[in-house]
Design a binder for this molecule. Structure first.
Ligand SMILES: [Mg+2]
Length: 414
């Protein structure tokens, strides 16, 4: 069987590049996009080359960045605009293949296998030139026969470069790279690998699948497969995702919920995850539904329409909480709780009707919640938390069940 042809496209300094596009004067100064620039404790989300040279790092606090770079120019994020450019880029990729899988706002995998033009390197060079010419942005592209190596490749030639990892050069290109260059290898795995003397991908591969599996279980085996270029995960087919009818989360808590504070904390936690998934799916909810089961295993489900379609936790959670409190008897002990966003509508359709962001305050809330999504993607789910969720950590620090209810193909909730 022939190898697949997979590209991974990574926009360079995406947020900062879009800002420089809109305000070219920013190209001449060190600048960074930062959440909440008025607050010294806000965080750097992206920076340009000059800021990078001054040592500014993504994820650090503004005050830390200012210590290294006193004339750093800070710009607040404009996610709606970044999303616009992200979509333009995806549209461009889709001219080459219908298999385009986005990974965050600024990265995509493309599978060119079997496409009219399946010369991976040539297509990568063309895409890079077109992104520069048509969008005014630069990207780095990795080309390989699997997603993991393609992603590795897109990290190697920044900015504006292509790296082709082939069967012939994989040993010389991939093996010397640090193990943390591999997709999904986080600090905890790196510490474990350090303990057994592994620093590079080559050293990891040399241990072999059996040893790694014995030492780290199924994760070890996966690690080996990623490192050795054996990953066979497909690139998701765009336009073939099933339309989602509702998005919900539920939880059975470690102890029954008796107080209003506990119920509020869990409701907000569930709603946050629902809101974040609504944003990933680019959907807004028109109805909120709650379900609760008490310690006698009585089950109730209630729903109410929302004032306007939303994908904000700030708007979903209070409604959900109110609905729960209105339907809970005063001494009822709640064992499990669910929050579900229903009657979903694609945000694209709302934007045409332009009432999603009709008010400035909602727009700011949207930016805030997207910033938090971004931080959680980078630093983990517990990196940013609502004060409200800290009443009792045992309630809110374990995994919640999530579930999308999917329509038969082609029908949106209405
Ligand atoms: Mg990027």
């Amino acid at each position: 069987m022939n190898d697949r042809v997979i590209l991974h496209v990574d926009q360079n300094c995406f947020y900062a590049s879009v800002e420089m596009l809109r305000r070219p004067e920013l190209k001449k100064v060190p600048c960074a996009v930062a959440g909440d620039p008025d607050n010294r404790h806000g965080i750097i989300l992206a920076k340009n080359q000059l800021a990078k040279e001054a040592g500014v790092k993504t994820g650090e606090a503004i005050w830390e960045a200012n210590l290294k770079c006193r004339d750093l120019v800070l710009v607040p994020p404009d996610f709606a605009c970044y999303l616009h450019y992200s979509r333009l880029a995806s549209e461009l990729y889709r001219e080459y293949t219908d298999r385009v899988e986005s990974f965050g706002i600024d990265e995509c995998w493309l599978d060119l296998t079997g496409c009219r033009n399946d010369d991976g390197f040539a297509v990568a060079e063309e895409i890079r030139a077109r992104v520069r010419h048509e969008l005014g942005l630069t990207c780095s592209i990795g080309v390989s026969w699997n997603k993991v190596y393609a992603k590795l490749g897109s990290d190697l030639n920044k900015p504006d470069g292509t790296t082709h990892i082939t069967r012939a050069n994989a040993k010389s290109v991939v093996y010397p790279l640090p193990a943390n260059a591999l997709l999904y290898v986080g600090p905890a795995t790196i510490r474990k690998l350090r303990r057994i003397g592994v620093k590079t991908i080559g050293e990891l591969i040399a241990l072999g699948p059996n040893y790694l599996q014995k030492r780290f279980g199924i994760v070890g085996l996966k690690l080996f497969r990623f490192a050795a270029g054996l990953d066979t995960a497909p690139v998701a087919m765009s336009g073939h995702e099933s339309p989602v009818k509702s998005i919900g989360n539920s939880i059975t808590t470690r102890h029954d919920l008796c107080t209003e504070d506990d119920i509020r904390a869990v409701t907000y936690m569930l709603s946050e995850s629902v809101a974040s998934r609504l944003r990933s799916a680019d959907m807004a909810a028109r109805t909120i539904q709650v379900s609760l089961r008490d310690d006698q295993l009585n089950h109730i489900e209630r729903q109410t329409p929302l004032l306007h379609p939303t994908q904000l936790c700030t708007e979903l959670a209070p409604q959900a909480f109110e609905l729960i409190m209105a339907n809970r008897m005063s001494d009822q002990r709640i064992r499990s709780l669910g929050v579900r966003a229903c009657k979903l509508i694609p945000v694209a359709r709302l934007r045409q009707q332009s009432y999603l962001f009709s008010e400035k305050k909602r727009e700011l809330l949207f930016d805030l919640e997207v910033t938090v999504d971004h931080l959680r993607k980078r630093y983990g789910g517990l990196s940013v938390r609502r004060g409200i969720s800290l009443v009792d950590r045992t309630l809110t620090e374990h995994d919640i069940r999530s579930e999308n209810v999917v329509h038969p193909v082609g029908v949106f909730g209405s």
